[in-house]
Structures are given as C-alpha cells and as structure tokens.
Design a protein around this ligand. Structure first.
Ligand code: HDL
Ligand code: ZN
Length: 424
C-alpha cells in the first residue's frame, strides 16, 4: 500500500486551538479537500491492462446506470439499443437525458460535473478533448481532480480477456491496487469449474474430492501473481452461511483460510437480486434485503479473518452497524450502488458515525469509467461536510473542544487508515 501522501500533520502549521462553532464547517471543508482519499472499490483498471480500462465521454454516457435511465425517457427498446454502436448509444442517451430532459439524476449530473471539471461545453468538444488525451497523464489529472491517491481495482482471474494479461506479466501500478474477484468461482462454479480443470486443477463438478484444496492452490498462485489487497465477492440477497453448497464449501475450505494465510481481508458485497430484468444486461440487477445472520456466523466463526462488508439494501444498513459494534473484524464500507445517492448516503453515514465513531469506511466510488471518480468523490465530500460539521458541533456543545488536528486525523482515518490497517 503506498504511503499516505499527506505530510505529517504535526509538521505543518495545523493549529491545535479549539475551533469555534462558526469555524468548524470551513475547517471540515478544507480538511476534506486537503486529504487524498483511497477509493477502496472500483472497476477501473491500471493503464497496463489496456482496453479493459474504460474512459472518455462515450463510456461515461453509456454507463449502465444511464442506460437504465434511458429506457424510462426514450421510446427506444433495449433490443434496438443493443444494436447501436458505442457512439450511437451515447448519442441516444445524450439526447434523451441531457437535451430533452434536465440531467438532474445523480448519474446524469455526474457526467455534467465531469464535463465542467474539464471545461467542456458540449458532446462534440468533449469527444475531441478525450480523443486527444494520453492515458497515463490523464489518469494523474483525473486522480488529482478527484482528490484520490489510489484506487482498488476489481480483477477477475477467470475473465478470458483479463487473465492472460496478468499471466503475461501486466506491469503493476502503485496507484491501482489489485483485488482477486471470486464471483465466477463461488457463484458460477457450474459454468467455470471446467476452466480450472483445463488449467490443471483437479476440481470436480460437485466441488468434491480435492476441489477445495485445488481452488486454494489456484488462489495462492494468483496471490503471487497479482498481490491483491483483498479478495472479493458479490452475493445475492439470499446468501446463507454456513450452507451445504459449493459456495459454502469453497468459502469455508478455500477462500477464508487463504485470506488468513495471506493476511488480507475478504470483501463481501451482499444483497443483489441478479438480472431482475435481463433485457437491460449490466443494468438489469436489482436489490433485496439479505439475512445478515450469515455475516454474524462468519465474524463469530472466523475471528482470524477480517471482513470488508457492504450491503445493498437500505434496510440492512442499521443491522450492519450493530454487527460492526459486535465484531471488530467487520469493517463496514461504502454506500453501494443504489445507495450512492446523497439522500441515502446522509442517513447511512450519520448512523455509522453515531454508532461506530470513525471506525468505518464511509464510501467507495464503484467507478466503472475512469473519470467517474471526479464526480463521485466531489459528491462524497459535499455530502460528508455538513455531516461531520454537525458531529463536531454536537461534540463541542457537549463540552469537548474540537481542533483542526482532530478533524484532519478523523478524516484520514475514515478515508485512508481504516482501509490500510485492514491489510496489516
Ligand atoms: O458487483 C459489483 O462490484 C457491483 O458494484 C456491480 O459492478 C454493479 O454493476 C455496479 O457497477 N455498481 O455500482
Ligand atoms: Zn462494484
């Protein structure tokens, strides 16, 4: 993990005098702005992974969040839409969501914010600008505009496009941390066990026999190759653990011991109802309330494992906070996917601060297109500022002086150290 780029607060002229209630909001804003964040879950890729990485205006506009919104504001059918080229898809979305209607949803406003960040007046100018960019220089500029020092990727060792790039030695990048994503193994074993078999792992269709130890060998080989900062899986709202299933067995006998061996967390993102509308493809997933007793069992039965957990249902958030109070090996993170909207982020973040203090990770971007980090982190800072100011004003009015150093240290813990310490 790269060291924090913020200078030692004590070495700067950060005053440790008590702030007045009137001074707190500005201090919070400034410290949020000055602290580079770690983005703990994204779908962006380091430049050495080539075309896997999505960036530029046509990718921004054809983000699956916007594709879902298109079909509510246009007569085009999904079937017709999928026949279009990337540029034609972007044109259709731009017309429906940005010209014929005001782009006031979270995802449409995000594109406006990115265009504004680069001073781009329209789609044509934006296309010319992005076409002229050198990717590596552009990444540095985008991270600077987003106020992030590094991102965590999502890397799939069974993706036929991505795996060969790692196997042929993709150049690592200190600003892009790899993650071993396990959905194809744990959720889609029947579709993928033969790929492992063909690679020389003695696995079986029922995941019996040596399958678990062979999956563990596979994970060890990819840990050596990729050096992931954690392993991750997305899970349905029906997720149960323990469970007499392939997923239950491979989690218990391969993934959890492997994470302990390599001293890296396991990230569980729970609550997806996959493909509730398959016509929308990547935009077709929904949300369901999960039974978090599976989390309770994992944290209780595997005290040597550390869990990064995000849940997709708003109704599960309070339970997750309560579980985090019971288990110090549980780190709640982010306001995931359908929750990443200011109205819900505020509710979730306030209850986390009230119940957990600064012992959680408030947000991740889940960015799929590079430049999305610019608006997703602008929005996070904008939503966080009044929440933190309110918390500090309550603290001050209850009798504890608040200094700028307190604020800086808390923000550093929330957006950097809580994550960095998960992999120590
Ligand atoms: O499984 C995941 O990591 C989710 O974040 C999905 O990628 C989802 O489609 C998404 O992009 N959410 O923001
Ligand atoms: Zn994601």
């Amino acid at each position: 993990m790269s060291s924090a780029i913020i200078e030692d607060p004590l070495a700067t002229s950060v005053p440790s005098k008590a702030l007045t209630p009137e001074e707190i909001p500005a201090a919070v804003q400034e410290e949020l702005q000055a602290t580079p964040f770690i983005d703990v879950h994204t779908h962006v890729f380091m430049p050495s992974l080539g075309k896997l990485g999505l960036w530029g205006i046509d990718e921004l506009i054809t983000y699956h969040y916007l594709e879902a919104e298109l079909f509510r504001s246009s007569d085009i059918s999904p079937e017709a839409y999928w026949q279009l080229s990337k540029g034609e898809k972007a044109d259709a979305i731009w017309k429906a969501l940005f010209v014929e209607n005001s782009p006031i949803s979270e995802a449409t406003r995000g594109v406006v914010a990115v265009l504004n960040a680069f001073g781009l007046p329209d789609l044509a100018e934006a296309r010319r600008f992005f076409a002229a960019q050198d990717l590596r220089a552009h990444v540095r500029q985008v991270f600077k505009l987003a106020g992030i020092s590094e991102v965590v990727m999502t890397n799939d060792p069974l993706d036929p496009e991505e795996a060969p790039l790692w196997e042929s030695g993709a150049e690592p990048d200190s600003q892009f941390h790899p993650v071993l994503r396990l959905d194809r193994i744990l959720n889609k074993w029947t579709d993928h066990w033969r790929v492992l078999l063909a690679k020389g792992y003695a696995v079986q269709e029922d995941a019996g026999g040596k399958s678990a130890s062979e999956v563990r060998r596979f994970l060890a080989e990819w840990h050596t190759r990729m050096r992931p900062v954690y392993m991750a899986i997305s899970l349905p709202d029906t997720f149960q653990f323990p469970e007499q299933s392939v997923r239950g067995r491979l989690l218990a006998e391969a993934v959890l011991p492997s994470c302990r061996e390599f001293r890296i967390p396991l990230s569980l993102m729970i609550g997806v109802r996959y493909q509730v509308n398959p016509e929308l493809r990547l935009a077709g997933d929904g949300v369901g309330r999960a039974d978090l007793r599976a989390v309770e069992h994992l944290c209780t039965s595997y005290p040597g494992n550390r869990f990064l957990i995000s849940v997709l249902s708003r109704e599960n958030q309070h339970e997750l906070c309560v579980y985090a109070r019971k288990f110090s090996n549980l780190m709640p993170f982010g306001c995931w996917w359908f929750l990443n909207n200011p109205s819900i982020v505020e509710e979730i973040t306030r209850e986390r601060l009230e119940m957990l203090g600064t012992s959680f990770i408030p947000q991740h971007s889940d960015a799929r297109v590079l430049e999305q980090v610019i608006y997703k982190w602008r929005n996070t800072r904008r939503t966080m500022a009044p929440i933190l100011s309110n918390a500090y004003n309550l603290l001050a009015s209850d009798g504890r002086a608040v200094t700028r150093l307190d604020i800086r240290n808390d923000i550093t813990r929330l957006f950097r150290t809580n994550f960095e310490r998960m992999s120590e």
